[in-house]
Design a binder for this molecule. Structure first.
Ligand code: TXA
Ligand code: MG
Length: 352
């Protein structure tokens, strides 16, 4: 993966400085294989508080704690089921977060006051070097403002939060491009709280049973039973959103509907996949990779670019309804719900 590219190997001085900043209670932009994180010392409540104010994120939304290796698990989690160990062995370092019962001493500021904690070992040479130098847990949500598109380059982090971080480590563009799979193992049956590159089938192959998936729809239906539900901000219906209104249109109608929108005097940006560019001057046309991992890798950078091009609408070619597109369709669906002014969370404009 990223480890083979010498350009992405961390400079020892940068890692040392980043670890010092974390120890001093500062925030650092940290590359991972999924998206860039906004990192703080997970045991320093004041530093963790800075994450929430920088992002404008509600204080009761829990953070993922990143660990140098699975050997650190027992410092953060208790009653660790065998399935967790099997999954950690199979997928760490990698894009999978496990929700486990928290060990004593894990701050409420990190867990949102819940009795569980989210843990993962990221698969990126810079993140791993920082974690080894720091030798403890690093709390890191995606380094975007609350409800907005996750950053997949160091430049994105500087754009979003440049004035809030002491340092952004540049680890190049994130290989995976969408956030980790979140698997809740703190209850009787495993449940995927957020789909990601590691699928329900991948998990079933390791633990011998298929995790349930909590869909956005099911979650809305279950809103009344909220006290029983862990809070996952990445599972809010409106999330990962551009400012420009975004809609998903089947390939067969893409050109026609984009042209209709443009015909009404609007500027339209299109993220197509299989549809060839009709070379209509009124459309800003962008073709994304046709395969799921290529598409995911470029997804957030593409959405940022289309959001910034001055269009009135973003139109995205709808994705195939097959398992390998599930996690990406999940993000695009939420981006559509959250896009435009209607979806801007109130906190998003909070500059504190
Ligand atoms: O790929 C990723 O997971 C990235 C990189 C930086 O590691 N991180 C990330 O963090 O996406 P964030 O905070 O943007 O999303 C983490 C999600 C949130 O929706 C949070 O609510 C959920 O994980 N989460 C964290 N701890 C949890 C817990 N104890 N129970 C339920 N959900 C939890
Ligand atoms: Mg996030």
């Amino acid at each position: 993966m990223t480890g083979t590219d010498p350009a992405l190997q961390p400079a020892a001085d940068d890692i040392r400085r980043a670890a010092e900043l974390l120890r001093a209670g500062e925030l650092v932009g940290m590359p991972t294989e999924t998206v860039y994180g906004l990192a703080a010392d997970a045991l320093n409540v004041e530093a963790v508080g800075k994450i929430f104010s920088a992002k404008g994120r509600p204080a009761d939304h829990p953070l993922i704690v990143h660990l140098p290796d699975a050997g650190h698990l027992t410092r953060w989690a208790r009653a660790i089921p065998k399935e967790a160990i099997a999954l950690a062995n199979a997928f760490w370092p990698g894009p999978m977060t496990l929700i486990l019962k928290r060990e004593e001493g894990v701050p409420d500021a990190v867990t949102g006051g819940q009795d569980t904690v989210g843990l993962r070992v990221p698969d990126h040479p810079v993140a791993l070097a920082l974690l080894r130098a720091f030798d403890s847990g690093i709390a890191a949500p995606s380094a975007n403002r609350f409800g907005r598109i996750s950053p997949t380059t160091a430049a994105h982090v500087r754009e979003e939060l440049g004035d809030k971080v002491a340092l952004v480590l540049d680890g190049g563009p994130c290989q995976v491009g969408i956030e980790s799979t979140i698997l809740d193992l703190s209850r009787d049956a495993p449940v995927i709280l957020r789909p990601g590159a590691i699928s329900a089938d991948d998990i079933a192959r390791v633990i011998g049973r298929r995790p349930a998936t909590r869909t956005a729809h099911a979650e809305e239906g279950a809103a009344a039973a909220e006290s029983e539900q862990p809070r996952v901000s990445g599972s809010l219906a409106a999330h990962y959103a551009p400012r420009t209104p975004l809609q998903l249109i089947p390939a067969a109608r893409l050109v026609e509907e984009a042209a209709t929108l443009a015909g009404e005097g609007s500027r339209v940006a299109v993220l197509a996949r299989t549809c060839p560019d009709p070379r209509d001057a009124r459309l800003t046309w962008h073709n994304a990779p046709v395969d799921p991992s290529g598409f995911a890798h470029e997804l957030y950078a593409n959405l940022r670019e289309l959001d910034a091009c001055g269009a009135d609408f973003i139109v995205v070619e709808a994705l195939p309804d097959t398992p390998e597109w599930h996690a990406i369709a999940d993000r695009l669906g939420r981006a559509a719900v959250g896009s435009g002014d209607g979806g801007v969370p109130v906190d998003e404009h909070d500059e504190t």
